[in-house]
Design a protein around this ligand. Structure first.
Ligand code: NAD
Length: 368
């Protein structure tokens, strides 16, 4: 990879490589864009096959965070970190390892704020917090916001309502049918809310215990790829990415796709194809921003009521994306990108002097 050419194309500001000989830490932090505020994004630990693979992942994910924060109206930029290696099971070794990561994060002086992601946990964030204030998702006893999943689920429900309104002119969850793929942390909360509203809900998961829990609440189980052909109006992907692809699109019978999974579209062309087929797609990084909003509130001193109010605003964000898509004649995924880019360009012209102030304000709130 020609690194600087790639950074130029993708628009990154800064990429930092950290290595600790003592603990064996090998980490990369990518700061994509800080026009709107400090770059915030999770820390993923993964046994990448090569350093190039790790670098690709962190560049791609950090850019995604810029768009997510921008379209959600947050004063945050986009960043991400990856640690190369297997998840650490030995707790004694974990403390020094993640504290060394925390030291490195501290050296970035607040330009990047880290958080939980794949293979990292609240406990790990607590270790990082021993060395730096620039971490969110710490334990509630340290002023943290706890599990983000209920907030992500609440945001998805709001996005589903906005989508129902767009398609059918009402927001009544109970009047539609749903196919929820993946009933883990986020999916389970969504299923519960849908069932409580009186809706018919189909569920699938590779974990049969989780499926059974949903069946016990009144959902109907389907297996494997049957989730795509289920006669449900709304497909709610809450498991893996890239489930909307050239194989599954012809199978879909739904009118709406609205779920929490990241990177739902295998390619941009899949988003174009949904548009052609009249399937309304709620862009993933906008509808699943509830968890990010929740940690954003943590930066200002956590307050659950404020977090809930902010996450309820996902309805308006999705509705606005649909309006921009209509206005500009774009598929919804492109409309979301355009809204994010336009906000960064607009705010970038007028607000640059406030960025440092904003960062200092967050750090001060965390110290209180
Ligand atoms: P999770 O791991 O708790 O749940 C995912 C579920 O999907 C698990 O129950 C798993 O068994 C199931 N699954 C895996 N492969 C499957 C398959 N092929 N078919 C059906 N089910 C399958 O994860 P989560 O925290 O609930 O997140 C769900 C999705 O939402 C992920 O894509 C995640 O990146 C995204 N997301 C989560 C949050 C959050 O706050 N947790 C925020 C934003 C985005």
């Amino acid at each position: 990879m020609e690194l600087f050419a790639t950074l130029d194309t993708m628009g990154h500001e800064e990429v930092v490589f950290f290595h600790s000989k003592d603990t064996g830490l090998k980490a990369i932090v990518a700061i994509h864009n800080t026009v709107l505020g400090p770059a915030l994004g999770g820390c993923r630990m993964w046994p990448y096959k090569s350093e190039a693979e790790a670098l690709n992942d962190v560049l791609r994910l950090s850019k995604g965070m810029t768009y997510k924060a921008a379209v959600s109206g947050l004063n945050l930029g986009g960043g991400k970190s990856v640690i190369i290696g297997d998840p650490i099971k030995d707790k004694t070794a974990a403390e020094a390892f993640f504290r060394s990561f925390g030291r490195f994060i501290e050296s970035l002086n607040g330009r990047y704020i880290t958080a939980e992601d794949v293979n990292t946990s609240v406990e790990i964030m607590d270790y990082i917090h021993m060395e730096t204030d620039h971490v969110v998702g710490v334990h509630p006893v340290h002023g943290g916001s706890g599990d983000p999943s209920p907030f992500t689920a609440l945001g998805v429900i709001q996005g589903i309502k906005a989508s129902l309104n767009r398609k059918y002119g009402h927001t009544e969850l109970g009047k539609a049918t749903y196919a929820v793929q993946g009933v883990g942390h986020v999916g389970f909360h969504i299923v519960k809310t849908l069932l409580d509203s009186g809706a018919k809900v189909f569920v699938s998961d590779i974990n049969q215990d989780r499926v059974q829990q949903c069946v016990d609440m009144g959902a109907e189980a389907v297996t494997g790829d049957d989730i795509y052909t289920t006669d449900a109006k709304v497909y709610v992907p809450c498991a893996l990415g890239a489930t909307v692809n050239e194989k599954t699109i012809p199978l879909l019978k739904c009118d709406i796709i609205a779920g929490s999974a990241n990177n739902q579209l295998a390619t941009d062309e899949c988003g174009d194809e949904l548009e052609k087929r009249g399937i309304l797609y709620a862009p993933d990084y906008a509808i699943n921003a509830g968890g990010l909003m929740n940690v954003y509130i943590e930066l200002q001193g956590y307050n659950e009521e404020r977090a809930t109010r902010m996450v309820e605003g996902v309805y308006d964000i999705i509705e606005n994306i649909y309006k921009v898509a209509d206005r500009d004649g774009l598929p919804t995924y492109k409309a979301a990108d355009r809204m994010a880019e336009e906000r960064i360009a607009r705010v970038g012209k007028v607000k640059l002097p406030h960025i440092k102030q904003g960062r200092d304000r967050y750090a001060a709130a965390r110290r209180r």
